[in-house]
Write a protein that binds this ligand. Structure first.
Ligand code: FE2
Ligand code: FE2
Length: 182
């Protein structure tokens, strides 16, 4: 893999790994504040970020070694409203800046595996941002979010509320590949 793409993919792996852990902590906070559905949303999306991190890590399988990695990531444990805003900010950074920039480099360098892995991620991040924004509206109105079962594609991290799709609309995986948070 070309060096710039490898460096970017390591950074993306790091960012997704941090998001995975951050959302689990913020899920516990939502539980403490009496928002069990928001907690479930954080846990489901945490799982999607794990799928993204794993995909990036797998694409880097021939790039072994020790590397210092720089990645952007939000810190702090505030109120659930603050944490949701932090989550929205992080998702929007990935959607509007990080992945478009990394994808442009990967496309220039013809790195097909990295392009696939990052396209899987950015598709899901768009859904995450919208779900977090809806959750924040509920919390700011003093209510837990009404939320059906949340389904996560174990191949690409696609995230949906409701029934499991026959095929993942992003990667084409079958229903047996989905994990449910209900
Ligand atoms: Fe996300
Ligand atoms: Fe998928």
């Amino acid at each position: 893999m070309r060096e710039m793409t490898a460096t970017n993919l390591r950074s993306a792996f790091s960012g997704e790994s941090m998001a995975h852990m951050r959302y689990l902590r913020w899920a516990d906070r939502a539980e403490e504040e009496g928002y069990p559905n928001v907690a479930r949303l954080f846990r489901a999306i945490s799982h999607a970020e794990r799928v993204h991190a794993t995909n990036h890590f797998n694409e880097l399988k021939n790039e072994s070694g020790d590397f210092p990695v720089t990645a952007a990531g939000g810190f702090g444990v505030g109120s659930t409203s603050d944490n949701l805003q932090g989550a929205i900010n992080g998702e929007n950074f990935e959607i509007n800046e990080m992945y478009p920039a990394y994808l442009a480099v990967a496309e220039l360098q013809g790195e097909k595996g990295a392009i696939r892995s990052m396209n899987f991620a950015i598709s899901a991040e768009k859904i995450h941002s919208a779900m977090y924004q809806e959750a924040k509206q509920s919390v700011d109105a003093g209510r837990d979010k009404e939320l059906g079962p949340i389904r996560i594609c174990g191949v690409c991290g696609y995230t949906a509320e409701g029934e499991i799709p026959q095929r993942c609309p992003v990667c084409g995986a079958g229903r047996d590949k989905f994990d449910s948070f209900e």
